[in-house]
Design a protein. Structure first.
Ligand code: 5RP
Length: 235
């Protein structure tokens, strides 16, 4: 099926390098979480090539996009109900800090991405180096039930954030997620305590999931010189 392709619009050599590097660490027999976005798309495509060469894996897609790419590339798929323990989840991110806190949800898929990442023995995050910061400052995506939009806006404001409803491109009205919900991008400026903010956002009624992740096991950083830096969780 022809689809507008976010991969092509934001493709960089670093994304391709880090995506293909991640595909290289997947082992025979693994259940693999397939993340969403342009970086992970390269990983899924590389996995598809390895499958054609004989690699035996099952992928669990985190979005419509990931599922379509996997099908096109010939990666066999499964679901969490069938394979509830994921060996490795591979996914991109919008920002990462040195303590390995991660902001995700640029593609509006962070709820499924978090479910798959939390089902995984290893959650591996792929970024290009421009996304690595000392202090996170990317707006935090919130998946919100449509009926709760005004309530969530109020709660985000009370936490000191600026809520912005994410609007669709090539469709009138808001972005609607794969789960039929809306996305609020909540701008908190510099996020000095991401663990505290994650806790506060978890308590907001109407927020199905927020985009702060604290469970990355490894972060692969694609550098402009072509190398890959690996951060590994120490505790
Ligand atoms: C989707 C995500 C993506 O992984 C994140 O937006 C990064 O995307 P890209 O690899 O295209 O830069 O969280 O919900």
């Amino acid at each position: 099926m022809l689809m507008t392709d976010r991969t092509k619009k934001v493709s960089t050599d670093e994304k391709k390098a880090v995506g293909e590097f991640a595909a290289g660490i997947v082992e025979d027999g693994m259940v693999v979480g397939l993340g969403t976005g342009s970086t992970t798309a390269y990983a899924i495509q590389a996995l598809g090539r390895r499958v054609k060469e004989g690699l035996n894996i099952k992928g669990i897609p985190t979005s419509f996009q990931a599922r379509m790419i996997a099908i096109e590339c010939g990666v066999p798929l499964t679901i969490l109900a069938q394979d509830p323990v994921v060996d490795i989840a591979i996914d991109g991110a919008d920002q990462v800090d040195n303590d390995m806190f991660v902001i995700k949800g640029g593609g509006g898929a962070h709820t499924s991405e978090k479910i798959v990442a939390c089902s995984a023995r290893q959650f591996v995050v792929l970024v290009d180096e421009i996304k690595l910061l000392d202090i996170l400052d990317h707006p935090v995506p919130l998946e919100v039930m449509p009926d709760a939009l005004q309530l969530v806006e109020r709660q985000v404001s009370e936490l000191g954030g600026k809520p912005v409803l994410r609007m669709a491109i090539q469709k009138d009205g808001p972005v609607i997620t794969d789960n039929g919900n809306c996305i609020i991008d909540a701008d908190f400026g510099k996020i000095v305590k991401p663990d505290r903010l994650a806790l506060d956002l978890s308590k907001c009624v109407g927020v199905i999931e927020h985009g702060i992740f604290d469970n990355a096991y490894k972060i692969f950083i694609g550098k402009t010189d072509g190398s890959i830096e690996v951060l590994t969780r120490k505790h």
